[in-house]
Design a protein around this ligand. Structure first.
Ligand code: GCB
Ligand code: CA
Length: 888
């Protein structure tokens, strides 16, 4: 009887994302007092107030309060219903008001919450009644709310969907910390049979007990009834719980990675034997799994290496206010890459993410945002526990979830002085909080594993703070060969874990290397941010992961580039460890992993996105330049064609086939074909526009057109917007081009980067060009043919006044004795042939610290003199960051 009716009567869940008014900042007396002069901006949800200020070059972003308000027209027939307002998330504290009265407060930027608002709503005679909903949201730093600090941006705003929920006054519990009010578990699952337990509560807000029935129905993916339980219960005022047990579901259709079969559990509240008054539906997947300290991981009894990625929730140009469709697309991209796991880091994300994982067959871990450090306050601990509980209650029914985690790299930024008594007490405090969170988690849900993702300081986690003893799984975030050390140290670290903690299953919760898609170097160095270095990193890591059975899983940091406002380096405000750019354009390692993880024949040419390249011809009369290409494949060998002609057949090693391509000027079509698979899935084509610079600039076979050079740099830098590629610098040779004199700017031995500076260059996105420079050079020369040219000179002062002062002392260049005032800075003149381009360029005028200064000179080159750019220091050293020479 009720099963049929079940589909007719559901609760109304209706989004109210459109047409909000937003005010950045606080408003005195609002919402009780509405000042007509208040400036409001019309916005739709999801919304964050930080989309722009996290990307600009002013340090910091708005962290403070903001107000949202909206007139909602509520269905008047809801007057005798239970009405809730439900938020998927708001960053990070939210207070909700309905018609000026406070409905509730929520703390924490990454979990959902729902408040009953029935009592504050007004209902009139017409079909709908106007009600005002106002929300105060605040993303200020708060020492009592995690995260306290981290390598990502703490966006503010109502950045996820908001719904009104209307249901019968007697309904499935809506006050379950934002959770569905029904917990579906599978205490036993095998291929032949499974059991299901469904627990929940029915809420009766009145004073009079009510006789009702609760029906639990399990339907398969096609909606066919599998089994059901009906219980008559007396719903007492408040909550009355119920449990429905299904001892045997025979031959369950298992939820697997390849076939993530989903059943659904419908919980229906029935009045008077037939009338459906509320219904909730939840996913159900039959799978079992276990972690083993020696063998890794098993899903449904099958040994499965977990290879996945971490994922942040933001997107280029949108901040974290991302529509569901893009959350889902990310999971599809992850699945298409061949991954079977996502570490949802460092905080719970939009409900759409785990729904997609359930549907696509992706396993997941979710964690609360306790990152880098804690506060030793009761309020901090309580907020952490609340977040942990909310995370679990809200996501417990997803078959994709197998791990609940907490505390990412929590010992990275400990408080107090090293080795002090306070430090020791602090570590105790962290340990205690970990214990509390771990037992809370196991109490809430004993069917998943607990995990702490640690940074690579084994000793502190294991011997000092004893955190490795707390969770069931230990995760390590490992960056050997990136932040320090060598690739080989990665495997050694894992072996050490296995030796010292032979009974503790281990996962590599993070590993990765930055790659700025604009930077390339065929002899890459650690931390140079080139694609080629990141490629070596991943090509070393994947085999080390695969060859260790005890490593249950490893998760790349990160699926996509993400905003981290405080970062500088080559791409300020962005962490470029993503396998894709922030707008999800695949970088090389997306293809590399895909080639190694998918089961069908695969081939992809590396650096496909690098469409505009440049290089110097191999010899004076040569009309080509040889540059290497990587091809990612799971096939043994690859045929490479260049502009339609077969170039070579190359064997793949560790999934990579390398080929040297003789690039010609203009378009180069490169095609990689796996022999025996001449269909579209197994060939890959890249069209590369190459600017060939003649070796002899006066060559008639290849007339000179343009030359762009990044001084003090070993990398190629391409701005795809203009199609310009700057070549790495070289020393001048007669007939060609280059610098004479000077040296590469470097921060010296202690620096993380091999050359240049790591600092943000203000007011440009071409940071790498300005971060590198040659200092103290005498000339830059180019023996170009006669004609009309523009010569553009790029400068940037990379030192602060203070640093220049120190430098002057160290070089012994200071005019005065120590103790006397030294006027810091440099001053120099620049001549381009017989044109005085710059007179007295100095820190006192255009050369401001960390700001680009560019000037273009137009000149006639005659009598075969070529271009000679002469740097004449008046004080300190001359500098040059980049030069462009273009023949008109
Ligand atoms: C880590 C952190 C993560 C950072 C990452 C990095 O270990 O857990 O939040 O973004 O390293 O890129 O440095
Ligand atoms: Ca959403």
């Amino acid at each position: 009887m009720a099963a049929a009716g079940a589909y007719a009567q559901q609760r109304a869940v209706v989004s109210i994302n459109s047409g909000w008014q937003f005010h950045k900042g606080d408003l005195q007396g609002f919402p009780a007092i509405r000042d007509a002069s208040t400036q409001w901006e019309q916005v739709n949800l999801p919304h964050t107030w930080n989309t722009d200020d996290v990307a600009d070059d002013s340090a910091g972003y708005y962290r403070g309060p903001g107000w949202y308000t909206k007139r909602v027209y509520v269905n008047s027939s809801w007057h005798n219903k239970a009405v809730y307002i439900s938020f998927e998330g708001a960053g990070q504290v939210a207070e909700v008001y309905v018609n000026g009265r406070k409905a509730g407060t929520h703390i924490g930027g990454y979990t959902g919450f729902a408040f009953p608002i029935q009592q504050y709503l007004s209902f009139g005679d017409s079909a709908v009644t106007a009600n005002d909903i106002s929300v105060w949201v605040d993303n200020s730093h708060n020492e009592d709310i995690a995260p306290l600090g981290a390598d990502f941006t703490f966006y503010g705003g109502i950045y996820r969907d908001v719904y009104l929920v209307a249901t019968d006054s007697i309904h499935v519990n809506m006050d379950d910390r934002g959770g569905p009010g029904v917990v579906v578990s599978t205490p036993f699952v095998s291929a032949s049979k499974a059991s299901v337990v469904v627990k929940g509560a029915v809420t009766n807000p009145g004073y009079v007990p009510k006789n009702i029935s609760v029906l639990t129905t399990i339907v398969d993916a096609a909606g066919t009834l599998i089994d059901r339980r009906l219980t008559a219960i007396q719903a007492l005022p408040g909550n009355t719980s119920f449990t429905h047990t299904f001892e045997t579901i025979s031959s369950p259709h298992l939820w697997t990675l390849d076939n993530p079969y989903l059943y659904r559990v419908l919980t229906t509240v029935i009045e008077d034997g037939t009338r459906v008054i509320d219904q909730v539906n939840q996913p159900l997947g039959f799978r079992w799994f276990r972690f083993d300290a020696n063998d890794g991981f098993y899903l449904n009894g099958e040994h499965t290496k977990l290879i996945g990625v971490n994922r942040h929730q933001d997107y280029k140009g949108l901040g974290n206010a991302v529509p569901d469709v893009l959350h889902v697309k990310d999971m599809e991209l992850l699945k298409a890459m061949g991954c079977n796991f996502v570490r949802i880091a460092h905080y719970p994300q939009d409900p759409a993410v785990l729904e997609a994982c359930d549907r696509l067959g992706i396993l997941a871990s979710v964690e609360t945002p306790i990152v880098n450090r804690i506060t030793e306050s009761a309020a901090f601990a309580q907020n952490c526990k609340n977040m942990q509980t909310e995370m679990i209650r809200q996501n417990i029914n997803h078959p994709s979830v197998i791990i609940w985690a907490y505390m990412n790299e929590v010992l990275l930024q400990p408080r107090y002085e090293a080795a002090s008594a306070e430090r020791a007490a602090y570590y105790d405090h962290v340990y205690q909080l970990a214990k509390d969170l771990d037992s809370l988690t196991r109490l809430e849900d004993s069917s998943r594993y607990t995990m702490i993702p640690c940074h690579g300081d084994f000793n502190t986690y294991h011997n000092v703070a004893h955190l490795t003893s707390v969770p069931q799984l230990v995760g390590w975030n490992l960056y050997q060969g990136w932040y320090g050390g060598e690739f080989a140290d990665f495997g050694k670290f894992l072996d050490m874990h296995h030796r010292i903690l032979p009974n503790k299953p281990v996962l590599v919760t993070e590993f990765g290397a930055d790659a700025d898609s604009r930077l390339h170097n065929f002899s890459p160095e650690r931390f140079d941010k080139t694609a080629e270095y990141a490629n070596r990193y991943h090509q070393n890591y994947l085999p080390a992961i695969q060859e260790r059975d005890f490593v249950a899983g490893a998760f790349i940091w990160n699926l996509a580039e993400f905003n981290s406002e405080g970062r500088a380096e080559a791409t300020p405000h962005i962490n470029t460890k993503g396998l894709m750019t922030a707008d999800r354009i695949p970088k090389d390692n997306y293809y590399y992993y895909q080639s190694q993880l998918v089961k069908y024949p695969y081939v992809a040419i590396g650096s496909q996105y690098w469409k505009n390249r440049a290089g110097v011809a191999v010899g004076d009369s040569a009309l080509y330049c040889v540059q290497p290409l990587e091809i990612y494949t799971n096939q043994p060998e690859i045929i490479v064609k260049h502009n339609g002609v077969t170039l070579d057949t190359v064997a793949a090693e560790n999934g990579v086939a390398k080929v040297d391509v003789p690039f010609v000027n203009g378009i180069n079509e490169v095609e990689a074909i796996a022999p025996g698979h001449h269909d579209t899935t197994v060939h890959s084509v890249a069209n590369i526009n190459f600017t060939l610079v003649p070796a002899d600039l006066k060559s008639t076979a290849l007339p000179f057109t343009e030359l762009h050079v990044s001084l003090g740099d070993k990398r190629y830098f391409t701005d795809e917007l203009t199609g310009t590629t700057w070549l790495p610098e070289r020393a001048y040779k007669a007939g060609a081009w280059g610098y004479t004199g000077g040296k590469v700017f470097s921060l010296g031995k202690g620096s993380a980067i091999p050359y240049g500076t790591n600092r943000n260059i203000n007011g440009t996105t071409l940071d790498p060009l300005y971060q590198t420079q040659r200092t103290g050079l005498d000339y830059f020369r180019a023996d170009v043919p006669d004609g009309v040219y523009t010569v553009t000179l790029h400068f940037c002062e990379l030192l602060s006044n203070k640093e220049q002062e120190t430098l002057a002392y160290n070089l012994g260049n200071d005019k005065g004795a120590k103790g006397k005032e030294v006027v810091p800075g440099r001053q120099f003149n620049v001549w381009v042939n017989d044109v005085q381009a710059l007179q007295g360029l100095s820190n006192a005028n255009m050369l401001q610290s960390l700001q680009p200064f560019t000037t273009t000179v137009r000149l006639e080159v005659y009598d075969g003199k070529g271009i000679v750019i002469n740097f004449l220091p008046v004080k300190g050293e001359s500098i040059l960051n980049a030069v462009d020479i273009v023949k008109l």
